[in-house]
Design a binder for this molecule. Structure first.
Ligand code: FES
Length: 634
């Protein structure tokens, strides 16, 4: 732990920390473009110059390239270092467009920030700017090569970090070009990270282009619902339209990046087909009327058919708060059936997977990145949990051995591996930090249970953003899968909450109510439809594959996006506080209001026993909280 002094502030940093990071740790930002915490140093931009006053190295040095050593005394404000950094910015700006006020990267541009912070404002060079021809890189990423400052972050991420082969750098000296051999869709499933990682605006999110300035966005910390990994994100919206999503750093989970599926999956939230009106027998009504009507029909059903015939059906895509409320609805109504999973196979495999995990053996993405031996079994990583494939690649780059067996989409995995037939063929005992990645698949889970895996951490990829949480609840509440309940023949009526069920149900089953934000086919069969908020329109918690409870927060108000409003709805002729299509509630709140109508006292999670109280204390901008420690509180 070398002790150094930066701008008269003593600081002790871990071995291997460079001076730029050491300065950041005490709140001093040194300009930088090519260095990135996830990619390390490149020494390409020369923007991070500092003056070394004492210690083993003297004079001007690039702070990203120099590891802290005992006794170093560093000045970031030394006039010579400041002058050099000023010159570097001026050189970079010789060819960079001077168009910040109209540039679509304005406000989220590192070059803009450091140019202004460094005081560069007058262009002295009167030669022509070097220009490039842009490429078509697909429907998601816009290419604007004239903004490039040759920091090499993009190619280092794309090729080295993510293993992409269709994008690179060509040219030499003062004319290098970052792109593909020819126009075409970027092939890497992580290509969207170019948008986040580029310190200028060479790569921008085409799907949100010219829709808003950075400071116009509604944004908040959130969690991706695309799979069970729980990658941290910042969705950005404007005028009730989800415009784009960026990665949010969480070193224990996704690090700095997210996959393209998580980044660009926004169509369902903004879709004009999204059901936004409460319906009773197909007629649009207010939410209050729909809930009153549901209370009446539910009371009639309970009287006529008895609670035994009622099924409350949730799913792993609902928040944990909503799932707890679903269980409470079952308790208050006395419903005979509670389901969180559609199929028996999925339900059993998820329950078995969750039962296998403990505080000590559950592997995070960071555990995978740090592992020296990884086995992937019965899991198509790039389809089921793309970021896990990126984590495996980082371990492989650091020398980890990788073994793959079973259903694993092997032809496109971004790392080299050895194929094995069975778990027993993998030399776990020869590794220090072995990790086994397995899908929530009965065959895989059974073989884990029947094999001695002492010291092996488990990353079990589940189905759905809150599969872990709903499986825990299902176990405690004796829930069954919907297919098992159907086979049992007891169900006479169902209330579904964000559930994906077959649209064809036996004709004797009444679909009393459906609460959802997706246009599922069950809506056509329901008596009462209750539109609910998507994850970006509410606060909630998902528990990811390793048992990490993570909070997501409300990004935007619900309602029809202004873009696309029909002339009769926009502009509104009557002053109203709510937005058209905004009379919707989170699923948990809908259940709560129904329970109140049924005579139950209004209560949040704190009133549903002690088990889930800790969720109310979770903060979004944290590393989340491992469920195994819930008795100690976050
Ligand atoms: Fe140090 Fe680029 S950040 S040379």
């Amino acid at each position: 732990m070398p002790r150094i002094i930066i701008d008269n502030i003593p600081v002790e940093v871990p071995d291997g920390t460079n001076l730029l990071e050491a300065a950041r740790s005490i709140g001093i930002t040194i300009p930088h473009f090519c260095w990135h915490p996830a990619l390390g140093k490149a020494g390409a931009c020369r923007a991070c110059a500092v003056m070394m006053l004492e210690g083993p190295v003297k004079g001007i040095q690039m702070s990203c390239m120099l590891p802290a050593q005992e006794g170093m005394v560093v000045s970031t404000g030394d006039p010579e270092a400041v002058a050099l950094r000023h010159s570097v910015i001026e050189w970079l700006m010789i060819n960079h467009p001077h168009d910040c006020p109209v540039c679509d990267e304005g406000g989220e541009c590192q070059l803009q920030d450091f140019t202004i912070a460094g005081g560069h404002s007058i262009r002295r060079y009167d030669g022509l700017k070097r220009t490039h021809v842009n490429q078509y890189l697909g429907e998601q990423i816009e290419h604007e090569m004239n903004r490039c400052i040759q920091c090499y972050r993009c190619v280092r991420f794309y090729q080295e970090y993510a293993g992409g082969t269709d994008f690179g750098v060509t040219g030499r000296a003062g004319s290098v070009y970052f792109g593909r051999q020819q126009d075409g869709q970027l092939e890497s499933p992580f290509s969207g990270n170019l948008v986040d990682i580029c310190p200028t605006g060479v790569f921008t999110d085409k799907t949100a282009r010219f829709r808003a300035r950075y400071w116009d966005y509604d944004m908040a910390p959130s969690i991706c619902p695309g799979c069970s990994l729980g990658c941290n994100t910042v969705p950005m919206a404007r005028y009730r339209e989800l415009l784009k999503t960026t990665a949010r750093r969480n070193d224990a989970v996704n690090g700095w990046f997210i996959c393209d599926r998580g980044r660009f999956s926004k169509a369902a939230v903004n879709s004009p087909d999204r059901p936004r009106l409460a319906l009773v027998d197909g007629e649009a009504v207010s939410m209050d009327v729909a809930l009153d009507c549901l209370r009446e029909r539910l009371a009639g059903f309970l009287e006529l058919d008895g609670p035994e015939g009622l099924a409350i059906v949730g799913s792993p895509r609902m928040s944990q708060e909503a799932a707890v409320m679903a269980a409470r609805l079952r308790e208050i109504t006395g419903a005979g059936t509670l389901c969180f999973f559609a199929e028996a196979e999925q339900s059993a495999a998820t329950a078995a997977a969750v039962a296998l995990l403990t505080r000590d053996n559950a592997a995070s993405q960071e555990d995978v990145r740090r592992s020296d031996l990884i086995a992937v079994m019965e899991c198509d990583l790039l389809s089921d949990a793309p970021m896990m494939a990126l984590a495996v690649r980082q371990a492989w780059r650091n020398g980890a051995r990788v073994y793959v067996s079973g259903r694993s989409g092997v032809e496109v995995l971004p790392f080299e591996f050895e194929t094995v037939r069975a778990l027993t063929d993998i030399p776990f005992s020869s590794a220090t930090n072995p990790v086994l990645i397995c899908g929530a698949d009965r065959k895989g889970i059974d073989s884990i249970r029947s094999t001695s895996l002492e010291g092996v951490k488990l990353a079990l990829v589940l189905n759905g953003p809150n599969a872990f949480g709903t499986a825990l609840l299902a176990g405690g509440q004796e829930a069954v899968s919907f297919s098992e309940a159907l086979a049992d023949g007891r169900i006479k009526g169902i209330i579904t909450l964000e559930a994906d069920l077959p649209s064809e149900l036996p004709p004797e089953i009444r679909v009393l109510a459906v609460a959802d934000w997706l246009p599922t086919r069950l809506i056509a069969a329901t008596e009462i439809f209750l539109p609910v908020t998507s994850w970006v329109e509410m606060d909630g918690t998902y528990i990811n594959h390793e048992g990490r409870a993570q909070r997501f927060t409300k990004v935007m108000h619900p309602g029809l996006p202004i873009k696309g409003l029909s002339p009769e709805l926009h502009p509104p002729r009557i002053h109203r506080h709510d937005a058209p299509g905004g009379d919707i509630l989170p699923t948990g709140e809908i259940v709560l209001q129904l329970l109140e109508r049924l005579g139950s006292e209004r209560t949040d999670l704190t009133g549903c026993g002690d088990t889930w109280k800790f969720l109310t204390l979770l903060e979004a901008e944290s590393n989340g909280f491992l469920i195994y420690e819930r008795n100690n509180g976050p």
